[in-house]
Design a protein around this ligand. Sequence first.
Ligand SMILES: [Mg+2]
Ligand SMILES: [Zn+2]
Length: 232
Amino acid sequence: MSLEITNPVSVRGKKRIIFCDFDGTITENDNIVAIVRHFNPPGWEQIVDDVVSQRKSIREGVGEMFRLLPAARKKEVVEYAISNARIRAGFSDLLAYSEAHDIEFYVTSGGIDFFVYPLLAPFGIAEDHIYCNGSDFTGEQIEITWPHPCDGNCSNDCGMCKTTIIRRFPSEAYTRILIGDSVTDFEGAKLADVVFARSHLISKCKELGLPYNEFETFHDVIAVLKHEEDSH
Ligand SMILES: [Mg+2]
Ligand SMILES: [Zn+2]
């Protein structure tokens, strides 16, 4: 297959930094949807639909979905989430490539701590390079907590706000690379210098006229990075 690069990654002058989504990107499927589908509390499908079609903010929708689940089922929920997830091919290779080529790597996830951290544990990513939402099982229902909310520049009510994190790395100093698949990546994709997209994020980039590189495994991402590196 010949390599088609539709959104090149400049390696000149600036430090490259990757902001990588978790659900549906690092993992093959969306873990939040998998959890609610498995436990199947009445009303979850409408909430997913409202979030995907952007009638409800991500923070509202995710909060509402987990509130449908009793906190007493914590063990089952956590075990299901972790055993159900599959890591997308090439992930550890992308981490190794980034390390070797001085590319900073951050996980920016709209997922929840109780599955994000355990699933990433084998990969040795520093904990302060992983952003996700939190969880509280002390009440009757599961309550999602939001330690990384939108700053004053984002009115999207993201929950875990990717643009707030991306803005901490100014484009004058960084080539900001976003890897993602879905609704939690839309705002970040508008801001990033380079987008790697699959699934719904492809449709959204097309709709907004944003350039992107399509990927299915992380080997596709490495191929683009490597091509740019080699051509200098
Ligand atoms: Mg995702
Ligand atoms: Zn936001």
